[in-house]
Design a protein around this ligand. Structure first.
Ligand code: SAM
Length: 286
């Protein structure tokens, strides 16, 4: 699957030579996406909020093609069927599976479960988990920097009558904010965040902060992206939440797992989708 050499982050960050073949090729794809592509609701959401935003991911999770007339819906179907988005839906299933394992671990130890997701977006996977654990006393804190995603989550909770989830605007990387969380979480989730940051030190520092607030036996769940078949298409045509080109930095699972281990966590389980794109990791504080 990974046999073909993938372009590196550094290569994809470099602007294309003007009038080169790739300059024309990706320029044309951008024009198509920005015109005909906008008939699809998903592509419109991507251009408005960023293709890496929580709002975009929530639309992908919903997986209900919408668009302008039949043609727009058709484009949306193709868009939602792309390997990256199919992998994201598989990641959500894995995330819920691994979260369930952590909840059951707490139950075995007679511990109440307090979950915090530091960059949840609307947190649909948490809402669905709470649907399965109604009246269980589990509490969830969903945090994000983006109010649009938080509001979508609040609306979804009230539509579905879900209690026990609160939404707060906060920076995932602030140790101060992590320390001041009420109630104190014993499961911390970082899903789809580390992949957005190209600097390894930011990721390691965040893991270190999380290690500092969790107690022995508590759980740390995070995702990683070791591979993507459409790196170049994405980097050359799709804007991220900051309206810059979305250039991804892939990291091997062994590398990120070794960072967590070095920071005082024990590896429990990892799951990878069938495309090899997204992995979910469960660690426990020693
Ligand atoms: C790819 S989305 C993932 C959303 C959700 N966790 C999921 O897996 O579906 C990344 C999220 O990180 C949020 N984000 C980016 N930087 C952040 C920061 N410094 N603090 C908190 N959230 C942040 C974005 O607003 C976005 O909702």
């Amino acid at each position: 699957m990974n046999a073909k050499k993938l372009p590196t982050y550094e290569e994809l960050s470099k602007p294309l030579t003007i009038f080169s073949y790739k300059w024309f090729k990706w320029g044309l794809v951008r024009i198509v996406l920005n015109t005909i592509g906008r008939l699809s609701k998903g592509i419109r959401i991507g251009f408005k909020y960023g293709f890496d935003s929580g709002t975009m991911l929530d639309y992908v999770y919903e997986n209900n093609p919408q668009g302008w007339l039949f043609f727009g819906k058709l484009i949306d179907r193709e868009y939602l069927n792309g390997p990256g988005w199919a992998g994201i839906r598989q990641r959500k299933i894995h995330l819920k599976q691994i979260l369930n394992e952590a909840i059951q671990g707490n139950r075995r130890n007679s511990k109440d479960t307090i979950i915090m997701d530091v960059a949840s977006g609307p947190g649909r996977y948490l809402i669905e988990t709470m649907q399965e654990y109604r009246k269980s006393g589990i509490k969830v804190i969903c945090r994000d920097m983006d109010e649009t995603g938080l509001n979508l989550g609040r609306q979804l909770c009230s539509r579905l009558g879900i209690e026990g989830i609160k939404y707060e605007k906060a920076d995932a990387f602030s140790l101060e904010t992590l320390k001041n969380t009420e109630p104190v979480p014993n499961i911390i989730i970082v899903s789809g965040l580390y992949e957005l940051f190209t600097n390894d030190d930011i990721v390691k520092k965040s893991m270190d902060n999380i290690s500092a607030v969790l107690k022995p036996g508590d759980y740390f769940i995070f995702t990683n992206q070791p591979y993507h078949p459409q790196l170049e298409l994405i980097a050359r045509t799709l804007p991220n939440r900051l309206h810059e080109f979305w250039v991804m930095r892939l990291r091997s699972d062994n590398e990120v797992k070794s960072w967590a281990t070095a920071l005082g966590f024990k590896h429990v389980r990892s799951l990878l989708d069938g495309y090899g794109i997204f992995s979910v990791h469960l660690f426990q504080k020693i």
